[in-house]
Write a protein that binds this ligand. Structure first.
Ligand code: MGD
Ligand code: MGD
Ligand code: SF4
Ligand code: MO
Length: 721
């Protein structure tokens, strides 16, 4: 039984590297390379290589816990589930359905994300559901939807990168956050292409670049506008493309022209000759790409910022053409699929909108409920966390650890504590689970089957390779049991393939159409790119009216009678038309604005935050792996030698970083790879060195993304006692 090796995918980031898992005779499993998956071709980073250590009962939860007299004590499943269902029902009875909150995660499989969204709307009847993806790529998603009519992180496979002419990588440190993907950029340079990295820090990624631009945090919008200004001034626009394939150029052009290079240099700190150099490198080759990650996105103006980078692509004819385009490097394992199937506050499966009557009818039909019974859009992630204990009295949380990862975390922690009732399903006792009234131990990646959608839009099958420890059940089981206890006996199956079957129908005809994808196909193919309607594009009348599906390029040749009716999936989007109603991409007219919190006399420096290679997110999983802890044992404050000298700080000295939200303490790490006006902290740790004690929950008006990438701080050396 379950002895041989199983091909599957990593539990962590959106690269979803392929790996093989083999159970060992002495217990435990071995993770080995899997060369047949084109994204990583056998390479794995340290996190993926050691991921199986978190399967061990020594570090994970194996029994439900319930709070008794202030302490979490072991309980059996029926008791734990009864408690949750009982408290949810009582809260709903007393305060109404919107007093119930649900918080999900972009690490959950498509099946789980789908079931969680349905559970909130159908079993609880609440509008109050959102998820941690709001903290991740929501600004890029909003900007992509605005410009192209459709949001899929990358509109092309990673394998296109080595063949383009130039890539501008904005605020991505992929050498640490997606190490196997660095190869595509190395190959780009070997092929004569160039790499430009935009990052306030000379990261391991920036060290690979032909040109590194180091703007002040929070000024990417001005930078992109300055580049567009130069493109226009130097006559490098593609007028024919602009005429044929876009709308809104005049307004966008006028907005960019107000951003003179010298003005942009003053805002960003990037010298004008460097701006000119970037424009030359980007415009000279036949094809080029802009890729953004969290740097420009996690800003209170992230949507406009990404919009400005997209403008640069559109003005130069570098979108919806072979080897050219704008893409967002989505972060979490299922960061793409997790934003498509309904755990987002405003969304229904298939990337449909909750406020669209036709979408409500379609999904309600699949769910067998009255469309009018579906609640409307709810609050965004931070706003939901902020409402805990007041409007929202009970919360079910699955797949996130906001005590560490949410902005203004001390406040969020206090809100979580003020709840009448908190239930957490997790694989480990995370810092958030420690606050819960009931904790449910759930199965993880290698112990269950499910699909994820990688940053390429490639839907993949993660396969069960080992049995879970006794007493551990899946998230789908949790939702099934809770729904049953709340009187909804049907509609929450525990078999992932059955859930996927329903997801296919719910997504059919929507922008993210999965209806042509089956588990069987996913075992035969190395993933399938959405949209993938059930019939070949063009043969279904119903499909024709849908802008998103008709933006499908590379449809199968309808004349080939021998071709199966399988739609091949859509590796490349927008080659013929964009997914907007008129098929044209839309420029946005945007202007620079300051970050929500600029430095002043009291808080004279900027703090930015991010990641290190050996820890993942809130660290709930990776802090339990000895090898990773040895490599990255704790938080630190990265600062420039000049700033350190001014503060009188030496390497390793404890530094207090103080913002308007609070104070965090971590040792100094002095390096000249960072701007002297900026300090950096990774956010993977709880406690004294928690970066999110400091961060500013100022939200982007469109995406509701918090400003993780800049806030004003002061730094002091803590006297050693
Ligand atoms: N090792 C590791 N890998 C991960 C993760 C992890 O936690 N650990 N998480 C995964 C997830 S969910 C995500 S979202 C991705 C994130 O992947 P990345 O976006 O690559 O990660 P970050 O470190 O958050 O931010 C990237 C860079 O943005 C820079 N930056 C900061 N402020 C600014 C700014 O104002 N402008 C610009 N242009 N750059 C700025 C930082 O210096 C940093 O080097 O990684 C995924 N992979
Ligand atoms: N300061 C700062 N803060 C940030 C960021 C930043 O750059 N700077 N980045 C933000 C970004 S991009 C992200 S994505 C968030 C991520 O932050 P979190 O949402 O906290 O993400 P994780 O740490 O991955 O938490 C996932 C939790 O779910 C559990 N888990 C894993 N798999 C499963 C499963 O299948 N089922 C269940 N029930 N649980 C599971 C894990 O054990 C873990 O406790 O952090 C955000 N916070
Ligand atoms: S790069 Fe991402 S998917 Fe690949 S092994 Fe590392 S964490 Fe896993
Ligand atoms: Mo993320």
């Amino acid at each position: 039984m379950e002895k041989t090796s199983t091909p599957t995918h990593c539990p962590y980031c959106a690269l979803q590297c392929g790996m093989n898992i083999t159970p060992l005779p002495q217990g435990g499993v071995e993770v080995t390379e899997r060369a047949d998956f084109p994204v990583n071709r056998g390479a794995l980073c340290g996190k993926g290589r050691t991921a199986a250590e978190v399967l061990s009962p020594a570090v994970r939860l194996t029994t439900p816990l319930v709070r008794e007299g202030g302490r979490l004590v072991e309980a059996d499943w029926p008791e734990a589930l009864d408690r949750i269902a009982g408290r949810l029902a009582a809260t709903r009875e007393r305060y109404g359905p919107d007093a119930l909150g649900v918080f999900g995660g972009g690490g959950l499989t498509n099946e789980k994300a789908y079931a969680l969204g349905k559970f909130a709307r159908v079993a609880l009847g609440t509008s109050q559901i959102d998820y941690n993806g709001r903290f991740c790529m929501s600004s890029a998603a909003a900007a992509g939807t605005k410009a192209f009519g459709l949001d899929r992180g990358l509109p092309f496979p990673l394998e296109d990168i080595p063949r383009t002419g130039c890539v501008i990588l904005v605020g991505s440190n992929l050498a640490e956050t997606m190490p196997p993907s660095l190869r595509f950029f190395t190959e780009l340079r070997e092929n004569g292409g160039t790499l430009i990295v935009v990052d306030p820090r000379r990261t391991r990624t920036a060290q690979q670049a032909d040109l590194h631009l180091a703007p002040r945090p929070g000024t990417d919008l001005a930078l992109a506008l300055g580049l567009l200004h130069l493109v226009v001034a130097e006559g490098r626009t593609d007028e024919e493309y602009i005429r044929e394939r876009t709308t809104g150029w005049e307004e966008a052009r006028a907005a960019a022209m107000a951003h003179w290079p010298e003005y942009v240099e003053r805002i960003t700190g990037v010298p004008v000759p460097r701006l000119r150099e970037a424009v030359r490198m980007f415009c000279e080759p036949e094809a080029a790409m802009v890729l953004t990650a969290r740097g420009p996105e996690q800003q209170s103006k992230g949507t406009d910022t990404v919009g400005a980078w997209i403008n640069l692509c559109l003005a130069t004819g570098r979108a919806g053409r072979p080897l050219s385009g704008y893409g967002c490097l989505t972060g979490q394992g299922n960061g793409q699929g997790g934003r498509e199937h309904g755990q987002k506050a405003d969304q229904l499966p298939g990337y449909r909108k909750l406020d669209d009557p036709a979408a409500r009818r379609h999904v309600a039909g699949v769910w067998g409920v009255d469309p009018d019974s579906l609640p409307g859009p709810g609050r965004s992630a931070y706003e939901l966390l902020d409402a805990l204990g007041s409007d929202v009295r009970a919360l079910l949380l699955m797949g996130s650890n906001p005590v560490v990862s949410a902005p203004r975390a001390a406040h969020v922690e206090e809100r979580l504590r003020s709840l009448d009732f908190l239930a957490v399903a997790d694989v480990v006792l995370s810092e958030t689970a420690e606050l819960a009234d009931v904790v449910l131990p759930v199965t993880q990646w290698a112990e269950e089957t499910g699909t994820t959608t990688s940053l390429e839009g490639r839907v993949l099958l993660r396969r069960r390779a080992v049995a879970p420890p006794p007493g551990v059940h899946s998230d789908l089981y949790v939702l099934h049991e809770l729904a049953g206890r709340l009187g909804v006996e049907k509609g929450f199956p525990t078999d992932p393939e059955e859930v996927f079957g329903e997801l296919r129908r719910a997504s059919a005809g929507g922008p993210a159409d999965y209806s042509g994808i089956t588990y069987r196909r996913l075992t035969e193919e190395n993933g399938v790119f959405w949209p993938c309607p059930e019939e070949p594009a063009g043969t279904s009348g119903a499909e024709g009216a849908d802008a998103a599906s008709s933006a499908v390029s590379e449809a199968p040749a309808a004349s080939d009678a021998s071709a199966s009716v399988r739609h091949p999936g859509t590796p490349r989007l927008f080659l013929d038309r964009f997914a907007t109603p008129d098929g044209r991409a839309r420029f946005v007219a945007v202007a620079h604005r300051a970050t929500a919190e600029e430095p002043d006399a009291e808080y004279p420096l900027l703090l930015t935050t991010g990641r290190v290679v050996s820890q993942y997110q809130s660290g709930a999983q990776t802090r339990r792996v000895a090898e990773l802890n040895a490599a990255a044992p704790g938080p630190f404050v990265e600062l420039h030698p000049r700033l350190a000298a001014r503060l009188g700080a030496a390497e390793g000295d404890p530094l207090a970083v103080v913002s308007r939200r609070g104070r965090a303490v971590a040792p100094a790490r002095i390096t000249d790879t960072i701007r002297p006006d900026t300090v950096f902290m990774p956010f993977h740790w709880p406690g004294e060195g928690r970066a999110n004690t400091l961060t500013n929950p100022a939200l982007d008006p469109t995406s509701r993304m918090p400003e993780f990438k800049s806030c004003a701080v002061r730094v002091e050396v803590v006297p050693r006692s």
